[in-house]
Design a protein around this ligand. Structure first.
Ligand code: IVH
Length: 676
């Protein structure tokens, strides 16, 4: 199928899905069964996965839920629904209190009591009661004007329809949060990304019968317009709300002093993963209404309240499966497939479980309810498991003893340096034998820091692999472009572009070349060191014939681990074949050599003991700047041993035995025409 046809088919599917959305949400007239809907949605997502060029703003991967709003009447709030400013640290809280004290012209001794209330992550609503009757319910909207969702709110059992208490104000807007419990969310059909979206979607159903289907809750926490409210404090108001038949948060507290606010914040954060609803911080409100009134608002947030946000992005989800991924170096990484959940604006469906030990330590199982954390750009991970929610028939996860890709035995290596058994289990096969390792090696080969072939990304590696177009790195330079041209999603122009990008990268530096081979423990820095050491590809290639690798230890920065890894790389026949074939296809540029006319030209140095006022790194760069070399052990190749304070006796003795010149710092500096 041509690219155009695929585009057309895709656009049609997206259009159809949006039509179904509109009928379902706006008109409450579903045109299709739930399973039919899911099928269509899946088809779209699969197409996007297969053809990376497909994209649409209206795709289900770009929109969460559906946002109709035209269907509800707008209504002005009698008093604005404000938002809150945020605090992230103790410092922010201190500033918040300082500003309040300044504003009130009070000093530090003035004790401010706060109502500390967990901030539920739901949808706020304002309920107007006149003479005890629930008359109208509005969504927040833009804070000034909301949507009239009275009929939908009326379906919520937590919202009293008639309040007969004598002390209930004769006209009041009760405000609070509409939310869905996590446990109820789990039992819903898959249509929403998170509980908040589910609550919002449910509230906006055109047909209140549909709202009823999703169990919504309401917690009250403030008021808007009011006539006849007698309470003078937020804590008293919260108590009254209970008496009048509203639910309030059982974790609400009245506290004074920043230290106590922090203590409570930490305690609630600990309980967070066990709560059946999502909270994203604690709201602090000056408890005294009279003070609130004096403090007033800045822009659209009150001066008397602040939201103390939880720092990291966590969410609760369910582990649907545990998959074992095989990496480039054969490492087996367990990944939890979780029920998709929105964490800080990103929908997460995978979380790393790091390694076998981590699963054992936390006893993580398929079916478990877990706290997932996503911090910054790092891969989301499982923080903890709620064992209370574990199903009775759940089974311990058994880590595979064989590679899930090639069936080879898996092993945990003994690390000679740390003298510990590695936490990571690895496929014991030799590189390209294992398909997964092979694919990952190819991905590494074309990656940014390696060959950096434009337009040749991970997806293309996977596709070409499946089509058996590539297996080894050299295949990339021997591609049959006429075959590619006939593939779905490819055309003459895109093939031309690909060919051009590949040709361009045939000219490569030795450093990048070494890195791209993906030798374990040879990252960018080490590849640089090796390329500087060998200078030319032909010398580097000699490694494949070499029996004595010990010489490599003289390269500063290269240790036993790296040497043994290089050794086993070249011992492998396939690797040697890859290197040989690549040599014939590429132009590998020599490393740029340091000038060799320096004062220390052809001289080798080693430092032992502490030098005075000059660091090891500084000495090393001084030597290299002057065309000298530093080596890491005493051998016949050493010309000068520089000794500082407390030198290693063994090194000094051995150097003397080999008749190597032993010099001190002053003598060394003299060689550079410098005084100490
Ligand atoms: S008080 C002026 N109290 O947080 C006071 N809000 O950014 C504003 N929220 O839209 C509301 N729990 O949806 C208040 N105990 C609580 C709250 C709370 C959650 C939400 C509410 C509001 C947002 C403020």
């Amino acid at each position: 199928m041509s690219k155009k046809l695929i585009q057309k088919e895709y656009q049609e599917k997206v259009k159809l899905l949006n039509k179904f959305n509109k009928y379902y949400y706006d008109e409450s007239k579903p045109l299709i069964s739930d399973s039919g809907y899911d099928e269509l949605k899946n088809e779209i997502l699969l197409l996007e996965k297969k053809y990376i060029f497909l994209n649409s703003k209206k795709s289900p991967s770009n929109i969460v839920g559906y946002k109709p709003s035209k269907n509800f009447n707008k209504f002005k709030h009698r008093t604005s629904m404000l938002s809150l400013s945020n605090a992230f640290s103790e410092e922010d809280l201190k500033n918040f209190e300082k500003k309040i004290l300044n504003f009130l012209s009070e000093n530090d001794e003035f004790k401010i009591f706060y109502s500390a209330e967990p901030k539920i992550d739901g949808i706020s609503a304002s309920l107007t009661y006149k003479n005890g009757n629930f008359e109208r319910g509005l969504s927040r909207g833009d804070g000034k004007e909301g949507e009239d969702i009275t009929v939908n709110l009326a379906t919520i059992k937590d919202i009293p329809k008639k309040i007969s208490n004598k002390d209930f104000p004769k006209d009041i807007d009760i405000r609070g949060e509409v939310f869905i419990k996590n446990s109820d969310f789990e039992n819903l059909n898959e249509k929403f990304a998170n509980p908040r979206n589910a609550a919002s979607g449910s509230l906006r159903q055109k047909n209140p019968e549909d709202t009823k289907k999703i169990p919504l809750n309401f917690i009250a926490y403030t008021y808007g317009f009011q006539q006849g409210l007698k309470e003078k404090k937020q804590s008293d108001y919260l108590k009254k709300l209970n008496e009048w038949g509203f639910k309030t948060n059982t974790l609400n507290k009245t506290i004074y002093g920043i230290k106590n606010l922090i203590k409570n914040y930490n305690e609630v954060e600990k309980k967070r993963s066990n709560l059946d609803f999502d909270i994203d911080g604690i709201v602090y409100k000056v408890n005294d209404f009279e003070l609130q009134k004096r403090l007033g608002n800045v822009a659209n947030a009150p001066r008397w309240a602040i939201a103390h946000k939880f720092s990291s992005n966590k969410a609760i989800s369910k582990i649907l499966d545990i998959e074992i991924q095989v990496g480039r170096t054969g490492a087996l990484t367990p990944v939890a497939k979780i029920k998709p959940i929105n964490i800080g604006g990103v929908v997460v469906s995978n979380a790393t479980l790091h390694n076998e030990d981590e699963i054992t330590r936390k006893d993580i199982r398929v079916g478990d309810t877990a706290v997932v954390e996503r911090a910054g750009d790092v891969i989301p991970h499982i923080l903890s498991i709620d064992k209370k929610k574990r199903l009775q028939n759940s089974k311990k996860f058994v880590f595979p003893k064989n590679c899930p890709s090639c069936g080879s035995e898996t092993i945990k290596e003994f690390n000679k340096v740390t003298k510990k058994v590695d936490a990571v289990r690895r496929c014991s096969s030799e590189g390209y034998y294992c398909d997964k390792i092979s694919i990952e090696k190819l991905k590494h080969f074309v990656s940014k820091e390696a060959f950096n072939i434009d337009g040749f990304g991970k997806k293309i590696v996977e596709n070409f692999w499946k089509l058996k177009l590539i297996k080894y790195p050299q295949d990339i330079f021997n591609l049959d472009f006429s075959k590619i041209e006939n593939l779905e999603g490819w055309g003459k122009l895109s093939v031309q572009n690909l060919k051009y990008s590949i040709d361009q990268k045939k000219n490569i530096s030795l450093e990048r070349f070494i890195y791209s081979l993906g030798i374990r423990h040879i990252g960018l820095e080490n590849a640089k060191l090796l390329s500087k050491h060998f200078v030319s590809f032909s010398k580097f290639k000699n490694l494949s014939k070499q029996i004595d690798y010990e010489d490599l230890l003289n390269i500063d920065g290269i240790g036993e681990t790296q040497v043994s890894s290089i050794k086993s790389f070249f011992l492998n026949k396939t690797n040697r074949k890859v290197v040989n074939e690549l040599e014939n296809l590429l132009l590998i540029k020599d490393a740029i050599q340091n000038s060799d006319d320096g004062l220390l030209n052809n001289k080798t140095f080693l430092v032992t003991g502490k030098l005075n006022g000059i660091s090891r790194a500084e000495v090393k760069s001084l030597i290299e700047e002057n065309s000298g070399k530093t080596i890491s052990s005493v051998s016949k190749k050493l010309n000068f041993l520089i000794i500082g304070e407390k030198p290693t006796k063994k090194k000094v003795d051995y150097a003397k035995q080999l008749k190597i010149k032993v010099i001190d710092q002053a003598e060394f500096l003299k060689m550079l025409n410098k005084s100490s």
